[in-house]
Ligand binder design. Structure first.
Ligand code: CA
Length: 229
């Protein structure tokens, strides 16, 4: 069953949309505020998101932009003003469709169905999807070589990225500094296992909330490092 998220602060409209979508067999969640809406959109895997533009907390423009940084889920934007629709188009936020209020619920359902069908065709046709690793708030896009921590992008050097990705892809396995150095740095590299320590420190500064109490890369004293899941 397709899962849909409605982010809409007008409760009566949200309820109406929900009722119609549920009647059509969709599984629907609602959020009535911008920040909680974005959080839900990023945390839960939805098949489509219906996003109102004017919201308390964070507006639909910002939410759409942030969703797009991480996900390619279809976003259907809803606005009361025709002008806003032009603005959405102009900003190139990556919204997939726009609906102006007032709209009929059956029109909304028809749009939702059309988008889901199109998206399924795209995904089903084996469109190159980015290879990602996601562990709690950490997301690594291996194809684009980008990293996000709780939705915020962080910059990594090539070796930092390789080391982080290697550990994250092999969680709960303890690696010695020697082994990590051999795997990540090629033989001609100048450096030694102290390089590994320096890189781990830099990675921690970028991904850990508190580097003294690492949540991701744990030090196993006298042995090496382990990525915790
Ligand atoms: Ca609104």
């Amino acid at each position: 069953m397709a899962k849909i998220l409605i982010i809409e602060d007008e409760i009566s409209i949200a309820e109406l949309e929900k009722d119609y979508l549920e009647l059509s067999g969709f599984d629907v969640d609602m959020e009535h505020e911008g920040i909680s809406g974005l959080k839900k959109a990023l945390e839960v895997e939805y098949d489509l998101i219906i996003l109102d533009l004017m919201l308390p907390g964070m507006d639909g423009f910002e939410i759409c932009r942030k969703i797009r940084e991480e996900k390619d889920v279809p976003v259907l934007m809803v606005s009361a003003k025709k002008d806003d629709i032009d603005k959405i188009r102009g900003l190139g936020l990556g919204a997939d469709d726009y609906v102006t209020k007032p709209f009929s619920p059956s029109e909304l359902v028809a749009r939702v169905k059309a988008h889901l069908a199109r998206y399924e065709r795209l995904v089903g046709s084996n469109v190159q999807k980015n290879d990602t690793v996601e562990i709690r708030g950490l997301k690594i896009d291996k194809t684009a070589r980008r990293v996000w921590v709780n939705g915020e992008e962080r910059q990594f050097t090539t070796k930092e990225f390789d080391l982080l990705t290697f550990l994250a892809e092999n969680p709960n396995h303890v690696y010695s500094k020697d082994e990590l150095f051999r795997r990540i740095w090629d033989m001609e590299s100048i450096g030694d296992i102290a390089t590994v320590t320096v890189h781990i420190k830099k990675i921690r500064e970028k991904i850990e909330f508190d580097t003294a109490k690492p949540q991701y890369i744990e030090t196993i004293w006298g042995v090496g490092y382990r990525f915790k899941v």
